[in-house]
Design a protein around this ligand. Sequence first.
Ligand code: PEP
Ligand code: MG
Length: 320
Amino acid sequence: LKEKFKGIGDEVVSTKDGRKILVTANVGSEDDLNVAVKNGCDGVGLFRLEFYYINRATPPSMEELASLFTKFVKKLGNKPLTIRLLDVGGDKEVPYLQFPKEDNPFLGVRGIRYLLKHPEILEEQVKAILMASKETGGNIRIMAPMISRLEEITKLKEILKELSEDNSANIKLGIMAEVPSVVFMIEKIVKEVDFISIGTNDLTQYIFATDRTNENVSYLYDDMHPAVLRAISEISNKAQKAGVEVDVCGELASNPLAVPILVGLGINELSVSPTRIPLVKWIVKSISYEEAFQLAKEALNSDNGEEVREKARAFFRKKL
Ligand code: PEP
Ligand code: MG
């Protein structure tokens, strides 16, 4: 089996009935990017910046960030580079950045909330992205983490507009859908953004009210549970209707059992661990959207994650 998907190279893959699915990579460093490119990624669906902020005494300068982004764009050629704005807070503290003392950091100043409170940190990133875009003419997308309100998107768009001169038009803006309020407001949110990327790691944590790092409640954390799949389905349906691209960049997209379900739910792009790219591409090529759609329907009507996994296993036994 392994041999079968080893042969898959750079090609963009489609299901047997012709539905194109981009398979991009989650990267956090240049090493990750190298593996992703070697494995034939269709771009980067999630570039986590956190690594470039920790283990140092001051934040990276605008120039450092710009040259980092430029290097990444060049390695990717024309393929998209989705840069997620710094996602600190929660369990990711950076010693030289100021965080308030909080009883529930995962419900506190995290992601976009931190950035809007510290515009200087946000602006350095945005300026660096604009600079790299100008220099390379590359395909860069900006993605905002932990959005929970429309107003945060409005504010971010204002900042983007203020900082960009003439070259803003080719930079797409998207948000991570990882807070449940986004699911319920998605119809309005899709009017404000170019793409949506579902962060199933946090979305699962917040849907089940289970700290993703707390082993005492890990039995309640299940990203294949119908509660999570129904949230994905709602986002995907409303995004499709509005003509907005919808991606999944949480760990769920790297889980082979979940791939046909996500395809069946209408997801356009799966952003996965660099080493999983050939396997995910091979699965996409081996199934039809039609049968994936049927499986997704069954999954949505299941009682729990175990039942979903059982149905997905049966699907693989029958199809592959
Ligand atoms: C997520 O929440 O699913 C996600 C991709 O972001 P992170 O794991 O970095 O919080
Ligand atoms: Mg997240």
